[in-house]
Design a protein around this ligand. Sequence first.
Ligand SMILES: Nc1nc2c(c(=O)[nH]1)N[C@H]1C(S)=C(S)[C@@H](COP(=O)(O)OP(=O)(O)OC[C@H]3O[C@@H](n4cnc5c(N)ncnc54)[C@H](O)[C@@H]3O)O[C@H]1N2
Ligand code: MOO
Length: 642
Amino acid sequence: MVKRDVYLSDRPLEEAQADYIQLLQQAGAINPGRPELIEVEKAAGRITAGPVYAKVSSPHYNASAMDGVAVRAVDTFGASENCPKRLKMGELVRMVDTGDPLPPGCDSVIMIEDIHFVAEDEFEITSAASPWQHVRVIGEDVVATEMIIPGNHRLRPVDLGGILAGGVTEIYVYPRPRVALLPTGSELVQPGAGLKEGDIIEYNTRVFAALVDEWGGLPIRYDITVDDYGLLKERLKSALDEADVVLINAGSSAGREDYTAELIAEMGEVFTHGVAIKPGKPVILGLVNGKPVVGVPGYPVSAVLGMELFVKPVVYRKIGSVPPARPLADCVMSRKIVSPMGVEEFVRVKLGRVGDKFIATPISRGAGVIMSMIRADGMLRVPRLSEGYNPGDVAPVELMRSLEEVRETTVVIGSHDMALDVLANYLRKIHPGASLSSAHVGSLGGLSALKRGEAHCAGTHLLDEETGDYNVSYIKRLLPGRSMVLLNLVYREQGFIVAKGNPKGITGVRDLIRPDVGYVNRQRGAGTRILLDYKLKEAGMDPGLISGYQREEYTHMAVAAAVASGSADAGMGIRAAAKALDLDFVGVVEERYDLCIPGEFRDLPYITRLLEVMELPEFREEVRSLGGYDLRDCGKIVWESE
Ligand SMILES: Nc1nc2c(c(=O)[nH]1)N[C@H]1C(S)=C(S)[C@@H](COP(=O)(O)OP(=O)(O)OC[C@H]3O[C@@H](n4cnc5c(N)ncnc54)[C@H](O)[C@@H]3O)O[C@H]1N2
Ligand code: MOO
């Protein structure tokens, strides 16, 4: 099949969303299915197809609400401390337990604690009982014929109790819409399969299945379809026979084997191909045989966003409902966020509460980085007609974690070290409500974040060329007059990360200017970058002669990954990063990595909890096992401002 040119449209998001729902409504494609009768005890999470009325009252008889004696209130009148009244067991004075029917003629219950027995069958009371005291009258909870639950209501566990109390055991709910999930792409392999170059693990439709289930739909996952127009057409046909909604994953953009839009257009109608959002642009919104068919982009983040923005409303409508709005919180931007005009961008952010502000720090924006969805606490929408935000700007963020959790998060901004990940892990283990979020902006970036009040502490390893000491002179210069402490986390080996077996024979900085050596650098402001520059200066070398000096990565692991991929021969970083990817390492120095903490935070749980973790032998052991770490001063204050 020869592909024609593909021009994606740039429709504004709200317009594309509203139009799609309207067109589907007109086509009758998102009407809820015919209600089905199911057992109440299996109905949690389902949507009621109509109101549920009580068949019986609850209680359906007058019931004693306490253990004690049932009486006629009039028989107790006149009783007081000074003038106790005696009652004898009989027809109208009878022992009852909680829940027992009130004996005929009785209208009141006296609690056993308020009774003083004077004989086997006679007792004294010192106050009168009022009529209907401690009695649960008929219908106190539910009155027969009363509406217990309205229609179009998602049933919660307590709702089941109310419905059953009302004597109802079966109810009508909307059927869960069947959503067919079609993964496409010749490069896809099933999870767990052996991988060769070019293989991609198929996980998107697994994520989709869990989402559809969460929204109330019934996912039907199909086998992978290779990139073949005819095969895809067959799949789509059988999916349309079986399901109410069909999702085709990938093949949505302009590639040579991107058939989705063409196929939907051939078999039905494409309303929209291309929405002005990032990620997720190439989404396809269509209709075939009266059923919604959505082409969801292949990249995992684009895919999840496509699901949230276009498929979720369809699934909800099919069960007579609309998606609940995500809660929002106003947050302060910690970094500059540049976003193209004309596109609504969805930026994943980490959140933390520092002082009285919620701080948002953007994380990876790549559409292929599923980890960004895992790490994110929130989603910042940069509107279509905005070019982004400056540090300090306030904007609403959609919460992906509760504010309560965010409040219990220690925010570390600065240089990256793998010991921080281990610290985060043990922190959650011993304080399950707490967490640590780290943003990697380099040591200097971390100190700037402290200056702006956007972090509880900063990871830093800045070498002072003059004194050979770490961090102190930088803090004095960047945060003058502020009360600060330096808490040591680790000493670690820095050096060159090189390929296994060190094939280029790199032994020190002098090798970096060799024409056959490609370097990968760290970003400006990173302690590791400063260390390299210092070493170059020491050796009297011109950085301009190093091929790859301009190539910047943000973490040790990213540098190691560049070496592992073969796109660079060497990069400066920590031994643990080399070890993690089974690379070789040429040691250069041992350096001190500290957490710089503003004095006002040092006694807050954000910090004291970290100190607790640093004392744990298993934490220390795990960090040591990463390789290249010495924890001799871990948890010690190594410097304090006057
Ligand atoms: N020339 C152009 N190229 C691309 C454009 C464009 O407009 N012009 N758009 C880019 C954007 S934006 C996106 S998003 C992707 C969309 O790609 P497709 O929907 O066509 O999907 P594929 O190219 O087949 O796959 C992309 C990528 O997604 C991953 N993938 C796919 N399926 C799965 C799955 N089931 N599980 C996990 N991961 C999956 C995989 O990494 C693929 O490499 O196109 C850009 N290109
Ligand atoms: O728009 Mo694509 O969905 O960014 O990756």
